[in-house]
Design a protein around this ligand. Structure first.
Ligand SMILES: Cc1ncc(COP(=O)(O)O)c(C=O)c1O
Length: 367
């Protein structure tokens, strides 16, 4: 059985009737960018995140850039340092750079693969202004510990929640721990558009208002302070389609957890190291990432059986020429896991039979 890593057409089939209806509504209204659908989506997304306000932008990278500059975390020309994880999409560090900051990397926790608060504290310098914890693979970072470090060192926290739509730590959603959080609605995300999209959420209403000016920096009558704006707007079609999908998000996150449970139970006694969730709702399984010492051979074995897997991520950012700094410390945990991790297929419309076929193929692997 051919098992692709992800089949988004299945998700579309589930919402097709509503999508078609909504497209006609938006196109016949004649407003195509930053209109009533965007406003309604911003309200609904803020409410879903239990945040006071949200600003929709063009993509998740821009959401991070705008949150970093609008919060004052990164100031133009100051080479402000921002600490983040070496194991994340390069966009996290690119956004810090695009904002004018210097990405500084700290090692990760061996169980959850998320930023280790103690390692963060060890790389703080007088130039450090902010921390960008990444809720990686859908798993929340240890936010109480990160916020404690931030408070003691007077740092701003901007969460990268691009992979964690719906994740909850204690009673708090991803996005409400720091000053602001950035979300991506790239099509493969737990809440994905039919193109690019992103948003910043925050309890600081003035920060969100500032981002709403900055996202159309060439258009506003008065630009705030001396902060550079950019052109990063969400269009009405994407906002309307995100509103349709948002109604399904909690169910889809639940389906991801149920499938993860099948993998957990079937693989917990194998040589595969399965993901460790901080708590039941702290993980929304954007990706189901496992470890195996013979990762590359196991992936080839699965590929021979037409099972697609991926590696998130094959390279650590602190080792990339663009981000490399001579004062950079070694990252023993990240450097150990990056050679072993890979992602199994898992998405809400993934069949239980497909999940079981993946498990059978893994258990059949003859080391
Ligand atoms: C952790 C993380 N941060 C940032 C981004 C950037 O989002 P976008 O692709 O919407 O710019 C992504 C997604 O690609 C991501 O996975």
């Amino acid at each position: 059985m051919l098992i692709p890593f992800l089949n988004l057409a299945r998700q579309h089939a589930e919402v097709e009737a509503e999508v078609t209806h909504v497209l006609t509504r938006v196109m016949s209204r004649g407003v195509y960018i930053l209109g009533p659908e965007v406003e309604a989506f911003e309200d609904e997304w803020a409410r879903f995140c239990d945040a006071r306000s949200a600003a929709a932008v063009g993509n998740g990278t821009d959401a991070l850039v705008l949150a970093l500059v609008a919060s004052g975390a990164v100031r133009k020309g100051h080479a402000d340092e921002v600490i983040t994880s070496p194991l994340t999409a390069a966009y996290t560090a690119l956004a810090i750079m695009n904002a004018g900051g210097v990405p500084v990397f700290a090692d990760i926790d061996a169980e959850t693969y998320t930023l280790d608060p103690q390692a963060v504290e060890a790389v703080i310098t007088p130039r450090t202004r902010a921390i960008v914890p990444v809720h990686l693979y859908g798993q929340m970072v240890d936010m109480p510990a990160i916020c404690d470090v931030a408070t003691r060192h007077n740092l701003i926290v901007i969460e990268d929640a691009a992979q964690a739509h719906g994740a909850l730590l204690g009673e708090k959603r991803a996005g409400t721990w720091g000053q602001a959080a950035a979300y991506s609605f790239y099509p493969t995300k737990n809440l994905g558009a039919y193109g690019d999209g992103g948003a910043v959420v925050s309890n600081d209403v003035r920060l969100i208002e500032r981002i709403k000016t900055l996202r159309q920096g060439g258009h506003a009558r008065a630009l705030p302070d001396k902060i550079e704006g950019r052109n990063s707007r969400l269009d009405e079609i994407q906002a309307a389609l995100l509103r349709v999908k948002l109604k399904h998000l909690e169910k889809w996150d639940r389906q991801r957890r149920n499938l993860a449970d099948i993998y957990h139970q079937a693989l917990s006694n194998s040589r595969i190291k399965i993901p460790v969730a901080r708590s039941l709702k702290a993980h929304v399984y954007h990706l189901y990432v496992v470890q195996h010492p013979a990762r590359d051979r196991l992936r080839s074995h699965l590929a021979e059986r037409e099972i697609e897997t991926m590696i998130h991520y094959p390279h650590l950012l602190h080792q990339q020429p663009l981000f490399w700094r001579s004062e950079q410390r070694a990252m023993p945990v990240a450097e150990h896991v990056v050679k072993r991790i890979f992602s199994l297929p898992l998405y809400p419309q993934f069949g239980r039979d497909e999940c079981c076929a993946v498990v059978d193929a893994i258990l059949d692997f003859d080391e």
